[in-house]
Design a protein around this ligand. Structure first.
Ligand SMILES: O=P(O)(O)O[C@H]1O[C@H](CO)[C@@H](O)[C@H]1O
Ligand SMILES: O=c1cc[nH]c(=O)[nH]1
Length: 263
């Protein structure tokens, strides 16, 4: 067993107990990692809150151990956390995120399950070539879709655009930057025509890391903005969308970790 305390996540493999978890739910927001642990897991233990990267060890209703951890915002932070999670023995990662819809039929309040990502992310280029596919694990992805169906959550399956910036990279003009580079002007409409469903900031790098490091990754994101209408976050529907994404991820994890699950 590797017995070092990892510099960023702030815990070591030995902290995970005799029956260590192999699956992590990974949120960008530490409050979401905490919410997952406090409302959906049992016998919860805070492993670390180093740098705001909260990690909790807990147990699903079926008794299986699971980690609820924080990636922070954006691919550079996620890449550090994921690298260290894999070193402590995590082999399945489900990102539980938020996103902005870029398709009229993908409504705020619904959830998007990503089967792949257009990866416009610098961190990923340190891990694999630009052309390397950013593909989700098919088994985890099907488990998420089945869970969303079972729970009756409005959901969409498709390609995400993973970018490095919330403002310029997602073509936001309501920003401190008065100038959007020509290469980004019209990018949202272009992605819409390419049938990309949503904007977010981590999936592409996560999926490429999964391919290179040989772990399984998937993503479910709550839709909190509708970019065909406005740039704004729709706060009245944010919490319910996030709860639907969390419930879907928890239900999928229960299925994936149950003794009955077969590939
Ligand atoms: O809510 P999280 O998981 O952080 O995800 C989304 O929210 C952040 C931007 O607001 C980015 O991290 C983006 O990917
Ligand atoms: O519009 C949005 C909303 C959440 N997260 C993003 O990256 N973009």
């Amino acid at each position: 067993m590797c017995s070092k305390r990892f510099y960023h996540i702030g815990f070591e493999q030995a902290d995970l107990g005799a029956k260590p978890p192999t699956l992590a739910l990974l949120s960008g927001d530490p409050e979401r990692a905490s919410l997952i642990a406090q409302t959906h897991l049992q016998n919860v233990k805070l492993l670390s809150d180093n740098r705001g990267l909260n990690s909790y060890l807990g147990y699903l209703a079926n008794g299986c151990p699971i980690l609820s951890a924080t990636s922070g915002m954006g691919a550079p932070s996620l890449s550090i956390v994921v690298n260290e999670l894999v070193q402590v023995g995590i082999r399945q990662i489900i990102r539980v995120g938020t996103c902005g819809s870029i398709q009229p039929h993908v409504a705020v309040g619904s959830i998007v399950i990503s089967n792949a990502a257009l990866c416009r992310q610098g961190a990923a280029n340190d891990i694999a070539p630009l052309e390397y596919p950013a593909a989700a694990d098919p088994f985890l992805t099907v488990a998420l879709v089945k869970a969303a169906r079972k729970l009756g959550c409005e959901h969409h399956l498709g390609i995400a655009a993973s970018v490095d910036t919330f403002y310029e990279g997602q073509e936001r003009m309501d920003s401190a930057n008065p100038y959007l580079m020509r290469s980004l002007q019209g990018i949202t409409a272009e992605y819409r025509h390419l049938n990309i469903l949503n904007y977010e900031m981590e999936c592409g790098t996560l999926f490429k890391m999964a391919g290179v490091y040989q772990f399984a990754a998937a993503a479910v994101c709550a839709v909190v903005a509708q970019r065909t209408v406005s740039e704004n976050i729709i706060f009245p529907k944010k919490d319910i969308a996030i709860e639907n994404a969390i419930a879907t991820a928890i239900s999928a994890a229960e299925t994936l970790l149950s003794a009955k699950f077969e590939l």
